[in-house]
Ligand binder design. Structure first.
Ligand code: PDD
Length: 287
């Protein structure tokens, strides 16, 4: 753990303490960029092709050029994982529109998008312990822009919501839209399980990021013949649900045992969430 961490920054592998970007990077000035987070297990990246496909889509939506081929990007990500000797953890990839004199509109002379890749180890045991206890969630009003389908680094509402959760002694905040329905967590997708054992999550058509963990889990549900309802749900329905959980690349399936201070089910991680957490990686792709 004393080993210095290595980051990839615009073509070079640097020690983190020496790694930096230009102060006129548009990511820094306008949060004009996108990112991806992949789980690393046994030194391999989980569901990388899907993350890269979503990255391409995010870049396309923001009209940022792909700075290098997907194959080259994959090599860089592998190299950052390898150089940092990550067994279990996450790899972070960020691409911004690049460096230009500050002006809200796109640079008129083309600039090269800036690419940063970092990786870090996480404690597998700590994550398992959290999952064994289950997490608390609070609900907060949805205050994000309508394009949350783009995985943009512009995350202020998410940052504030997460901080509010921390200060309330909870782990995650679920946004609730104007119609009274949960959209998603500040950094995760939201799920409940009904009394009949049906798994419910909002459709990815509107109001949420199309999570990769979410998409894979839907395949897991089909394989395990657990029924799925893709529809929105309210906090009230969630309070009375048999189980709840969140999904994200950094946590896979994380049981929720408390929402707005109310215990969910018997207040311990539910059997379906726990089973899905165990089964997930049988269905994941490793690179
Ligand atoms: N967060 N919704 C939001 C707003 C997210 O930020 C994330 C991921 C997800 C889940 O997506 P996926 O299953 O593809 O990780 C949903 C990452 C992990 C993060 O910001 O660190």
């Amino acid at each position: 753990s004393q080993m210095s961490r290595i980051a990839y920054v615009n073509g070079q592998y640097r020690e983190m303490r020496d790694a930096s970007v230009n102060i006129e990077d548009r990511g820094y000035q306008f949060s004009d960029g996108v990112y991806e987070v992949c789980e690393i297990r046994d030194g391999r990246m989980v569901d990388l092709p899907r993350h890269l496909a979503r990255l391409q889509r995010s870049l396309h939506e923001l009209r940022i050029d792909m700075p290098m081929s997907l194959a080259a990007l994959e090599v860089v990500m592998h190299e950052v994982v390898r150089r940092n000797r990550i067994g279990y953890g996450i790899v972070y990839l960020q691409i911004t529109r690049g460096v230009a004199r500050r002006d809200h509109a796109f640079p008129t002379t083309p600039v090269r998008p800036a690419v940063v890749v970092t990786a870090r180890s996480l404690s597998f045991q700590k994550n398992q312990d959290t999952a064994a206890r289950g997490i608390g969630v609070i609900t907060v009003p949805e205050n994000r822009w309508p394009r949350v389908d783009i995985k943009s680094v512009s995350l202020l509402p998410n940052v504030l919501a997460k901080q509010q959760a921390r200060e309330a002694g909870a782990y995650e905040a679920w946004f609730v839209d104007r119609d009274g329905f949960v959209t998603e967590g500040s950094s995760s997708n939201a799920w409940i399980v009904t009394g009949e054992g049906r798994v419910v999550t909002r459709s990815a058509d509107e109001g949420i990021l199309a999570g990769i963990t979410r998409a894979v889990l839907i395949e897991v549900l089909a394989a395990l013949q657990i029924s799925l309802e893709e529809r929105p749900f309210t906090p009230e329905e969630a309070y009375g649900a048999a189980e709840a959980f969140v999904t994200a690349s950094s946590q896979i399936v994380m049981p929720v045992v408390r929402i707005d201070g109310r215990p969910i089910g018997d207040g311990t991680p539910g059997p379906i969430a726990s089973r899905l957490r165990e089964e997930f990686h049988r269905f994941a792709a490793f690179s």
